[in-house]
Write a protein that binds this ligand. Structure first.
Ligand code: CA
Length: 404
């Protein structure tokens, strides 16, 4: 859940690293102190002893905890990578493959299949990207070092309870550095509260069971207040001169009052009049796309506490229902890239002799550094941003050799 927003972070440590031996001693002493509170939280002594016996701290997660974004991702980059044709095609295939389970979950939890699939697609790329850090290692480290130790101790104890009571093997519990795991990227405490067994095997398995993951997502949204009678919201067009001082997701007014002021749906269809509370969201200001969002948008927001994140899920769900791209362009002359375009940009950098690792479509520090170097070579401002202009410049410079 929290994993998503950390993709752009680097490992710039803000604390001085402890020497390894000193960290190991402090860690052992800390674990010994955690035994009593773990038992109080419901972990058995045997489970605690067995599953902490061979733990060693991974100080890299402390660096990630303290990392500052070196680069602010514009919303158009964020949306272009999360809602691209590839994810829409993968989502439609997933919805066809799991149609019976999605229909059953929709009936039981009141959340429609496209919304469930959109969360699945944004959280874990439909189960393809689960994160590879062992939860016990990350969460025990975060319980003993760094900020927010009290929070992470709760998640560490929850992980031990999952292993003990839910019979998920520790080696299957890997995820983001902060402990979000499985196809839904739930935190361990969220798992304990909200995961459900939907394939009937008696286990709540968000790692290896797609039906359990889909139904657990639906259960999360239902518990977050999802209303089956409401849309998440709509892209809208604002009349000239509309006062947008009262914009904001939380600043909800009856849909009818927006209609009266001349707000219309961007696709030309009628907005539902009526008293449904809706807030006006302008993620890139007055000249970018505008949205009226309902309380269902807030339910999506509660999954990861970021409006851009909730908007990616909302828009992907519309695309999975057959809707088109956003009507209003983002206010930029340098749009964001799909993952296919990001891979193309990486291949072009590799062809120029730069090291970006695998062309995986993920724009990390290495790709940015390589792009900055290429931008310098091409006489362009070296901002390292993988946008449309950078891709076009690389393509143009590669064209003579590519044609041979
Ligand atoms: Ca199950």
């Amino acid at each position: 859940m929290k994993s998503l927003l950390s993709f752009a972070l680097t490992g710039a440590a803000l604390i001085l690293p402890l020497p390894a031996a000193q960290a190991a001693d402090a860690f052992a002493a800390c674990l010994a102190q955690l035994r009593a509170p773990a038992l109080k939280a419901g972990v058995s002594g045997a489970a605690f002893d067995t599953h902490t016996a061979n733990l060693a701290p991974d100080m890299a997660v402390i660096d990630l905890l303290d990392a500052q974004p070196e680069f602010k991702t514009p919303i158009w980059d964020y949306m272009a990578g999360l809602v691209d044709d590839e994810r829409v095609a993968d989502g439609r295939a997933g919805m066809a493959r799991w149609q019976a389970e999605l229909d059953r979950a929709a009936k039981q939890y009141g959340v429609d299949p496209a919304t469930i699939a959109a969360v699945w697609g944004v959280e874990s790329n439909f189960g393809r990207t689960l994160g590879g850090r062992p939860l016990l290692t990350s969460l025990s480290t975060l319980s003993c070092f760094g900020r927010r130790q009290a929070y992470f101790r709760g998640e560490f104890f929850a992980t031990l309870k999952i292993i003990q009571d839910e019979h998920i093997a520790p080696e299957r519990l890997a995820g983001s550095w902060a402990g979000a795991f499985g196809q839904t990227q739930f935190m361990p405490s969220t798992y304990l509260r909200l995961a459900v067994d939907f394939d009937g095997d008696g286990r709540r398995d968000l790692v290896d069971s797609v039906p359990d993951a889909l139904a657990s997502t639906a259960n999360f949204l239902k518990r977050a207040g999802w209303n089956p009678a409401l849309a998440w919201g709509y892209e809208v067009k604002l009349p000239a001169g509309l006062d947008t001082a009262g914009a904001g997701r939380k600043n909800k007014r009856p849909m009818s009052s927006w209609v009266r002021q001349g707000v219309v749906r961007a696709d030309g269809q009628a907005l539902p009049a009526g008293e449904t509370p809706a807030g006006l969201m302008l993620p890139a200001g007055r000249s970018g796309p505008a949205f009226l969002v309902t309380r269902n948008f807030d339910a999506l927001y509660s999954y990861n506490a970021a409006e851009s994140y909730a908007l990616a899920i909302a828009h992907l769900s519309d695309r999975l229902r057959g809707g088109g791209p956003l009507v209003q362009a983002w206010p930029t002359d340098d749009p964001g890239l799909s993952r296919a375009q990001r891979r193309e940009l990486q291949r072009l950098l590799i062809a120029r002799g730069h090291d970006v690792g695998e062309p995986d479509g993920m724009i990390g520090a290495r790709t940015r550094q390589a792009l900055q170097a290429a931008q310098r070579e091409l006489g362009l401002p070296p901002d390292g941003r993988a946008g449309m202009k950078a891709l076009q410049a690389l393509k143009a410079s590669a064209a003579p050799t590519a044609a041979n």
